[in-house]
Design a protein around this ligand. Structure first.
Ligand SMILES: [Zn+2]
Length: 312
């Protein structure tokens, strides 16, 4: 049997509900830092390497982007690549380790893998903003107990930090689609490309933020995975503007790694790693998908054809 609540109680409950709705909208909860992998990534498609660096740094200024990290592959360090990383370094951004040859830990021995990381460490220390942070290529951290724990011990003994991400996407695949399209379609609609890029990234960001809220019961300081590429250089200012419009606060990357999830270590051994929030979700026995459709090449290709290629 239901009783009618006294009016004052109803008003109180309503006011709690409104407070809760307000706090969900609290903009300070949406906190994110930016990271760029694979730098200096192959150039000379649409932009040369130096043009890309120009545009990227200009866009950072334009959108008032705080310190970011460039997770760099030392095997890419030719003369032009060194010049490009030096420019990011001199603009005050962090240069960190993303291996020498971008290997997949699942297909190397632990000893081979460690040697590759060590080689990158030696070569990347030439940059004054270098930090001993390691970003695992493909986010894969070891498909056996021996490799996973071997790498954990190795990183600790080398005073390294495992520079995890919380938000993944396939921006590199959008770059592939763009570079392929621009070869035969120089009059490609760049406004349509920009909207597609921003909408896709925002969709992934909001999806993983929602998952984080559910799994942690709070909003973490996020680390967004991006790549150092031409579409990034073209649209990063617009992406950051959109983030701010949607209530996100973009913070320096070292601040993001002060979140308690930085200390989290999964008990699992994973062949494919969904990022830190995904690890926590798996450990919580979350049964939903950890691979959003912004990580699906077929989906992205279909959307790109519909939203970019077919637009005049
Ligand atoms: Zn990479």
């Amino acid at each position: 049997m239901r009783k009618t609540l006294p009016v004052y109680l109803t008003a109180m409950l309503l006011s709690f509900a409104l407070d809760a709705a307000d706090s969900e909208k609290n903009t300070s909860d949406k906190i994110i830092a930016l990271s760029f992998d694979d730098s200096p990534r192959a150039a000379n498609g649409y932009f040369s390497g130096s043009e890309r660096a120009d545009k990227l740094l200009k866009a950072f200024k334009q959108a008032d982007v705080p310190q970011v990290a460039f997770f760099s592959v030392s095997g890419h360090l030719n003369e032009e690549g060194i010049a490009r990383l030096s420019r990011y370094n001199d603009a005050g951004h962090i240069i960190a380790n993303h291996s020498h040859s971008h290997p997949d830990i699942n297909s190397l021995t632990l000893a081979e893998y460690k040697a590759d990381v060590k080689k990158a460490d030696t070569l990347l220390r030439q940059f004054s903003m270098f930090k001993p942070w390691y970003r695992f290529p493909y986010l894969r951290e070891g498909d056996t107990l021996q490799k996973r724990d071997g790498m954990r011990q190795f990183l600790t003994s080398e005073n390294y930090f495992n520079a995890y991400i919380t938000i993944n996407n396939y921006d590199w695949y959008i770059e592939n689609l763009f570079q392929e399209a621009i070869k035969s379609k120089p009059n490609l609609n760049f406004d349509a490309l920009k909207s597609f890029y921003i909408d896709t990234l925002m969709e992934g960001i909001n999806y993983y933020h929602q998952l984080a809220l559910e799994q942690l019961g709070r909003a973490p300081k996020h680390v967004l995975l991006l790549h150092e590429m031409d579409i990034t250089a073209m649209f990063i200012d617009d992406l950051v503007t959109e983030l701010k419009t949607q209530g996100w606060n973009v913070i320096p990357i070292s601040d993001a790694y002060s979140d308690p999830i930085a200390q989290y270590e999964t008990t699992r051994i994973m062949k494919y790693n969904p990022g830190r929030i995904g690890e926590i979700a798996k450990d919580n026995n979350y049964s939903g998908s950890l691979w959003h459709h912004t990580l699906n090449e077929t989906h992205l290709k279909t959307e790109f054809e519909k939203r970019v290629l077919s637009v005049q």
